[in-house]
Write a protein that binds this ligand. Sequence first.
Ligand SMILES: [Zn+2]
Length: 130
Amino acid sequence: MGRIFLEYVSCEVVHVCSLCRTHLADHDSIISKAFQGRHGRAYLFSDVVNVSTGPRENRLLLTGLHVVADIYCNKCETRLGWKYVEAFEETQKYKEGKFILEKAMIAKEEERQNFDTFVEILPSTLTAAA
Ligand SMILES: [Zn+2]
């Protein structure tokens, strides 16, 4: 393994690895919050970055048989959830290529930096103009 390149998700609310705070997914890419993971509630995301996938395996879930691959944080290697590789039931096909992140393994961060910078810069700009 070489160097790890981590992507930065640029959005207002981002879901991060609860252990190392690596950015994982845009809040807007949540498809459903009504999923069940190993550790309780889990979210279905259309897109997740900075994860690596483990080997594919057949897994019998509440919604039928699926081919899934566990996903791991690229930085700290925590198992965060899984990716749906293939679904066999027609009604479950929409999950193919999508990702489950377990709520217990992730944290939500709000992007506040731009706002703080704006507040700090504004008074000095006014002074300089006076
Ligand atoms: Zn991590």
